[in-house]
Design a protein around this ligand. Structure first.
Ligand code: NAD
Length: 366
């Protein structure tokens, strides 16, 4: 891969490599765009097959964070870190303190957080070396588990989609299927049940299904059936790429709206195919931005009520996306990308002038 060509093509500002042989740390931080503020994104640990695979992953993920922060109206840019290694054997205090020093060295242009295979505890080691870290425990003044806030965002996002597609002010009586009853799926089921929704659920873990069936009078369905049920809304809350060549012809829902990241296997193709089938898609990175909203609140001194209130704003964000998609007759995922890009472009065009005192780590109020 030609790194310079690739990062230019994808619009990255900076890519940083760090190696500490004393503890075995190998990490890459990609800062995609900081027009709106410091780049925030989690640190993922994975046993990548090659350094190139790790680099491609961090470039793609950091670009995604730029769009997520921009559409969520946050004053943050997009960034991400990948740590190359085995999360089962390589983690230690020194490992994450070394990572923390690396982050500190970036001077606040990138703020890290937990992600796949990194935990709150790991971030607390990072915190010993830098303040440019979020996602620490509530006990230490952090924001804790983001899932309830993410679920609230998905819930209001489903309501926005029901308003747009079905003209409904209430989702009571609708049939909704949830794929995945993990952190987000469980809270989502609770919100929907309270609102009088008829639930259909599945998960790889039978115990999780049993618990939700019992608590919320949900119907358990098979793993391969969930996307093809005759329901109003299909809510993917497990893994990515669930909307693909195989599943699209089998969908019977009118709305796809869930928490999972990267739901469209090939966004350009599958977003358009959903539109063609007259199925409304709530763009994943917009509807699931509650997690980022939650963690971003940590930067201003965490206030849970404020985080929840902000996540309720996802309703209006989705309505704006749907409006643009309708006006331009384009798929909703494209409309979302355009709105995010417009916000960044607008802020980038603001008149600039010398500011005598500009802290490197300021979250500007919009
Ligand atoms: P999780 O790991 O807690 O839960 C995922 C659940 O999906 C698990 O119970 C797992 O058993 C189940 N699952 C996996 N494969 C499945 C399959 N093929 N069929 C049915 N169930 C399956 O994850 P989470 O935190 O609840 O997140 C869910 C999704 O939302 C992920 O894609 C995640 O990236 C995304 N997301 C989460 C947050 C958050 O705040 N947690 C924020 C933004 C996006």
């Amino acid at each position: 891969m030609n790194i310079f060509e690739k990062t230019h093509e994808m619009g990255h500002e900076q890519v940083n490599f760090f190696h500490d042989p004393t503890c075995g740390l190998k990490a890459i931080v990609a800062i995609h765009n900081t027009t709106l503020g410091p780049a925030l994104g989690g640190a993922r640990m994975w046993n990548y097959a090659s350094e190139e695979e790790a680099l491609i992953d961090v470039l793609r993920l950091s670009q995604g964070m730029t769009y997520k922060a921009a559409i969520a109206d946050l004053n943050l840019g997009g960034g991400k870190a990948v740590i190359i290694g085995d999360a089962k054997t390589q983690k230690s205090e020194k490992f994450f303190r070394s990572f923390g020093r690396f982050i500190e060295g970036l001077g606040g242009r990138y703020i890290t957080a937990e992600d796949m295979n990194t935990s709150v505890k790991d971030m607390e080691h990072v915190k010993k070396e830098t303040d440019f870290v979020t996602g620490i425990s509530r006990a230490l003044g952090g924001s804790g588990d983001p899932s309830p806030v993410t679920a609230l965002g998905v819930y209001v996002g489903i309501k926005a989609a029901a308003k747009e597609k079905l003209g409904l002010n209430s989702i009571s009586g609708l049939k909704i299927s949830i794929q995945g009853l993990g952190h987000v799926g469980q809270y989502l089921a609770e919100y929907l049940h309270k609102d009088g929704v008829e639930l259909f659920v599945t998960d790889l873990e039978e115990e999780r299904v049993k618990a939700i069936v019992k608590r919320f009078d949900a119907k358990a369905v098979g793993l391969d059936e969930i996307h093809a049920l005759d329901v109003d809304v299909f809510a993917p809350c497990a893994m990515g790429a669930i909307i693909n060549d195989k599943t699209i012809p089998e969908l019977k829902c009118t709305i796809v709206a869930g928490a999972a990241n990267n739901q469209l296997a090939v966004p350009d193709i599958h977003g358009a195919q959903l539109k063609k089938r007259n199925i409304l898609f709530a763009p994943d990175y917009a509807i699931n931005s509650g997690g980022l909203i939650n963690v971003s609140n940590e930067l201003e001194g965490y206030n849970r009520e404020r985080a929840f209130n902000q996540a309720e704003g996802i309703y209006d964000i989705l309505m704006a996306i749907f409006k643009r998609a309708k006006e331009k007759d384009i798929p909703t995922n494209i409309a979302s990308d355009i709105l995010a890009e417009e916000r960044i472009r607008d802020i980038a065009k603001l008149k600039s002038f010398y500011l005598a005192k500009r802290k490197s780590f300021v979250i500007r109020k919009s």
